[in-house]
Design a protein around this ligand. Structure first.
Ligand code: CA
Length: 237
C-alpha cells in the first residue's frame, strides 16, 4: 500500500531555490506548496494541514521569525524547519525560541534537508493530538500546554519537546542518543549531549530534581510518579 503523501509548506521568496526544493521533494514523493512571502505563509500554515513547514527567515511582508511566532500563538504544533542564510548564533537562537523545531543554514545539501524533514515528521508522529498524564504532570499536545500539580508551566519549545518525549516514555530510561535523535533531530555542533544535560537541568528546575532520574552513562527517565509514591525498584527496569 502506498503511504499517504507527506505535505510540505515551503515559504521561500527566492524563486530558483524554491523551485529546486520543490522539484527535489516532489521526486521524493512529497507534496509541496510554495508561497513567496511571510503573510501568505502564515495564512497557509494556520488554515492548511501540513506535515511540516519549511520557513525562510528573510521574507517579504513578514519575516520568518514573526511567522513562526504567529503559527505557535495560533496553537499550531506543525513542525517548523527554519532556513537561514545567516549562520549567526543569535538568529538560530531566536528561531528556536519563537517555536521553530530545527534550522538549516543556506547553502545546504538537499539530502540533509530531506533528512531533517523526515526526522521532524517522524517526531511529530509521537506528538499525537492527545493529553499525556504522568502523575501530577499533564501535557496537552493539542494546545502545547503543560500543567504541573494543576498549575500551568511555561516551557520553551525544546523543553516542551524533551518533556513530552520523556513523558511518552515515562518510567523508562531513555538513552541520550535517543533523546538527541528524537528531540533535536540530527544532532550537530549546536546539540551535543552537553546541550541535552543543560535542558534536563532546566526541566529539573521546574519539576524538582527528583522528577528526572539519571542513569549514569546512559540516559534519563521521567519518574515524576515516584515523587508521590513509595520508591519502587522496578520503575527503572
Ligand atoms: Ca529570502
Amino acid at each position: 500500500m502506498r503511504r499517504p503523501k507527506i505535505s510540505i509548506l515551503l515559504v521561500e521568496d527566492y524563486v530558483p531555490l524554491a523551485e529546486n526544493i520543490e522539484r527535489y521533494l516532489a521526486l521524493k514523493d512529497y507534496e509541496v506548496r510554495v508561497v513567496p512571502d511571510g503573510k501568505q505563509g502564515l495564512y497557509e500554515a494556520v488554515t492548511g494541514e501540513y506535515h511540516c513547514v519549511i520557513l525562510d527567515i528573510g521574507l517579504p511582508e513578514m519575516d520568518g521569525l514573526a511567522v513562526a511566532e504567529a503559527i505557535r500563538r495560533d496553537g499550531k504544533t506543525v513542525p517548523i524547519l527554519m532556513l537561514t542564510s545567516r549562520s549567526r548564533t543569535e538568529d538560530v537562537v531566536a528561531g528556536l525560541s519563537v517555536g521553530a523545531d530545527d534550522y538549516l543554514t543556506k547553502p545546504f545539501d538537499y539530502r540533509e534537508l530531506l533528512a531533517r524533514i523526515e526526522s521532524l515528521v517522524r517526531r511529530s508522529q509521537w506528538r499525537v493530538e492527545t493529553v499525556i498524564t504522568v502523575g501530577p504532570l499533564v501535557i496537552d499536545a493539542d494546545r502545547r500546554q503543560v500543567a504541573w500539580h494543576g498549575e500551568s508551566l511555561e516551557c520553551s519549545g525544546r523543553e516542551y519537546e524533551l518533556l513530552s518525549y520523556l513523558a511518552h516514555r515515562a518510567g523508562q530510561v531513555v538513552s541520550r542518543e535517543e533523546l538527541l535523535r528524537e528531540v533535536w533531530g540530527n544532532p550537530d555542533e549546536f546539540s551535543t549531549t552537553k546541550t541535552l544535560d543543560v535542558y534536563i537541568g532546566y526541566l529539573r528546575k521546574k519539576l524538582g530534581v527528583e522528577a528526572i532520574t539519571t542513569r549514569k552513562g546512559f540516559g534519563y527517565a521521567l519518574t515524576v510518579e515516584c515523587t508521590q509514591m513509595p520508591p519502587n525498584d522496578d520503575v527503572l527496569e
